[in-house]
Design a protein around this ligand. Sequence first.
Ligand SMILES: C[S@@+](CC[C@H](N)C(=O)[O-])C[C@H]1O[C@@H](n2cnc3c(N)ncnc32)[C@H](O)[C@@H]1O
Length: 265
Amino acid sequence: MTAPAERVDYDRIATRYDAHRGWDASIPLRALELATGAPLRGIEPAGAILEVGCGTGNMTRWLLGSWPGPVVALDLSRGMLAQARAKFGDARFVRAPADRMPFRARAFEAALGSFFLHHLDGAARMRFFQELRRVLGAARGRRRCGGAAFVTSSHAQIRASYLTRWFPSVAELDCARFPDLDVLREELAEAGFSEIAATEVSRAVPRGGAEYIEKVRGRFISTLELVPEAEWHAGLQAMEAQFAAEGHLGDVSWYATVVHARCEP
Ligand SMILES: C[S@@+](CC[C@H](N)C(=O)[O-])C[C@H]1O[C@@H](n2cnc3c(N)ncnc32)[C@H](O)[C@@H]1O
């Protein structure tokens, strides 16, 4: 089983994280569709949905804007939740560990999360998936149970990431932190989920601009907290030099995977 190689202190980095990390609508809404098992248009307002590892609310924002029922968002970090609450007070934010969730059985129609699963080691992830089975239930008036969808990176996507052009150790660091797709499939199956599948999502950026330098300067992904300091400075300088010489950073398209599954009633 994969164990997180190093820990990130989200309380410490919450403000900076929030300033440099954001989503557009497409990936959160695709994850929501995959979690609920239905195109969003025409969906009946039914149960509550749960976001796990919500951080500063990057995904919560889109769930609140599109899901007609209640949205509950859980995270363990006080600092990250403080940022989220300041922006999106209308979600119910809960501070708790994902593998011991303070919710009654069948409280939610669907659950989702982004870039969160890799923070749990194998044993904690299994407890979390079992907890998910407990809190997910069939919406009133529907035969089928809801499901779960998590945005993550496969090892192939990590190795192909544009960031490795400037920060080669990102590949090794993240492959050590992220469970690969076959591991997640096995764990979900063992926890009793069915219809387990992986869907690639992407954002095409054929010519990256200066904003990518700013994102890296702000260490917009937690892995950049773990890259050796000398490599981080050298990579940043190389990005700046490339931008100065060519006026762009080349292809910085981004790929991720939504792992999704259903639970039987
Ligand atoms: C990389 S951030 C992702 C935040 C947000 N989903 C996003 O995409 O911007 C991972 C989040 O998982 C949270 N987290 C880590 N371990 C957790 C646990 N055991 N229970 C609940 N949340 C946890 C962290 O506090 C952090 O906010």
